[in-house]
Design a protein. Structure first.
Length: 246
């Protein structure tokens, strides 16, 4: 009997966060036969053009589904309120269930130093849910994990206050990553309206920024979470990773 494929869980605060910070890496994982799941904490209801939050949330859900389908990933839509994510028992329980549903070998989470409060909280809750997900007496709708997964912390937007230890070469995935981001068309438009930003160009610049440190064209950066218990390391990244620790 063949081994089961590696299970990868990427937890983003908003629709499109996973693709921005981990899109090329997810594409590499899928190409190598991994099972990838994107879990989105909030519904993105205030991050789009228009004045109807429910309609914006519905559009962003459709875009997230289309992007996940394009990657070949599963989707978990938690549906918490955008801009109002907090580390509550309800939120932590939902994160634990995301762990238990996917039985991940590795989990990618937001940095707790990122600019956005939803990012910081999602990152902290993901860290806090790691061990309880494997504790049987932490009772939720799903049984406890048999093994605690390894966590990687994703880059921050703009690469601010983040010093990556590991880079994944995504030169062959960058164009497809940009197509994934275009799937989030409402966000492309919203970033132009709200901030005057070119959403795709900004994502490309971040990939170039991280790649420059290793003489690559495009790369995504991560750090490993080394808190007890240590259950893995960068060898669990897809092929094409480099260790850039000084």
């Amino acid at each position: 009997m063949s081994e089961r494929p590696i299970s990868v869980l990427v937890i983003g605060a908003h629709p499109d966060d996973a693709e921005i910070l981990c899109g090329g890496t997810m594409l590499r994982y899928v190409a190598e036969g991994a099972r990838v799941t994107i879990a989105i904490a909030t519904n993105g209801e205030v991050g789009g053009p228009g004045d109807d939050p429910a309609r914006i949330a519905a559009i962003r859900h459709e875009e997230a589904r289309a992007s996940a389908d394009r990657i070949g990933a599963d989707l978990i839509w938690m549906g918490f309120q955008d801009e109002m994510l907090f580390n509550t028992p309800e939120v932590r329980t939902r994160f634990i269930d995301a762990y238990r549903e996917t039985e991940p070998d590795v989990v990618f989470v937001h940095s707790t130093d990122d600019y956005h409060p939803d990012h910081r909280i999602a990152g902290q809750v993901a860290l806090d849910a790691r061990i309880p997900s494997a504790v049987p007496l932490v009772r939720t709708t799903r049984p406890a994990l048999a093994r605690i997964p390894h966590l990687f912390v994703m880059d921050t937007l703009g690469g601010v206050a983040f010093d990556p230890e590991h880079l994944v070469d995504i030169a062959d995935q960058q164009l497809e990553k940009e197509e994934l981001l275009r799937t989030h068309a409402s966000q492309v438009e919203w970033m132009r309206i709200a901030y005057g930003d070119d959403y795709i160009a900004d994502a490309r610049a971040q990939s170039e920024l991280r790649a420059a440190a290793a003489g690559l064209r495009f790369a995504e950066g991560f750090t490993s979470v080394r808190t007890y218990p240590v259950t893995g390391g960068p060898e669990q990244l897809p092929n094409g990773w480099l260790d850039v620790r000084s």
